[in-house]
Design a binder for this molecule. Structure first.
Ligand code: ADP
Ligand code: 5GP
Length: 203
């Protein structure tokens, strides 16, 4: 059975990476789609783990060769999901979870049938501002720009399947884990397995 794609989006600094990392420690069979980006590594990010960090020229080469399922310019940098990043986990029979912006989520929604879209929200815009400041990677102008963009995205998130508020991290992780488990139990996804039980009994 082909795996499911879980698309996680939400404002920068809302806690997407923290949630995905923790959910993956708690659920088996969930591979991570490692994106390519033209931005430089931040903090403790590791090449080939958090992202594939590439030059702008290398990124453009991948666009030209049609290697991306989707790509987008976010702020001043390029981000994209390669076909290989998605196929890797799916070919191993795993589901795949990905962290992409709103444009990427729209493209994945159009391109794949077996996908679930999750949008992460902050408990308030003030908390989002604080988290961005605490992350310490943006100056005040960039924080302002990110918060304004977040407000626009939040106003327009009604086409996602699920909304998760990240107030207490453990609760947001639990909700995201529950979404994934419930989606795996959907009748349409289990029916083949259930029918195989009857087939074996010959009735
Ligand atoms: P994103 O991937 O959405 O940009 P991160 O996961 O990097 O966000 O989180 C941004 C910052 O907020 C990090 O410093 C992280 O530790 C912190 N953070 C994430 N979730 C919470 C939470 N529920 N409460 C407090 N701080 C959080
Ligand atoms: P950051 O630089 O904070 O890691 O990510 C900035 C934004 O780029 C986030 O909104 C994140 O979801 C998005 N992003 C990361 N990887 C991809 C990708 O492969 N495609 C798209 N469209 N967006 C991505």
């Amino acid at each position: 059975m082909p795996g499911l794609i879980y698309v996680v989006s939400g404002p920068s600094g809302v806690g997407k990476s923290s949630i995905i990392q923790s959910v993956r420690q708690k659920i088996g069979g969930l591979g991570y789609s490692i994106s390519h980006t033209s931005r430089s590594p931040r903090g403790r990010e590791v090449d080939g783990v958090d992202y594939h960090f590439v030059s702008r020229e290398a990124f453009q080469g991948m666009i030209d060769r049609g290697e991306f399922v989707e790509w987008a310019k976010v702020y001043d940098d390029y981000y994209g999901t390669s076909l290989r990043a998605l196929e890797g986990p799916l070919e191993k029979g795993q589901d795949v979870i990905m962290d992409v912006d709103v444009q990427g989520a729209k493209n994945i929604k159009k391109a794949f049938k077996e996908r679930v879209l999750i949008f992460i929200l902050p408990p308030s815009m003030e908390v989002l501002r604080k988290r961005l400041r605490r992350r310490g990677t943006d100056d005040e102008t960039a924080v302002k720009r990110r918060v304004e963009k977040a407000a626009r995205e939040i106003r327009n998130c009604s086409w996602y399947d699920y909304l998760v508020f990240n107030d207490r991290l453990e609760e947001a992780v639990e909700e995201t884990r529950s979404i994934i488990l419930a989606e795996r139990c959907r009748r349409a996804r289990r029916l083949g397995h259930a029918e195989a039980l009857f087939d074996k009994e010959g009735s």
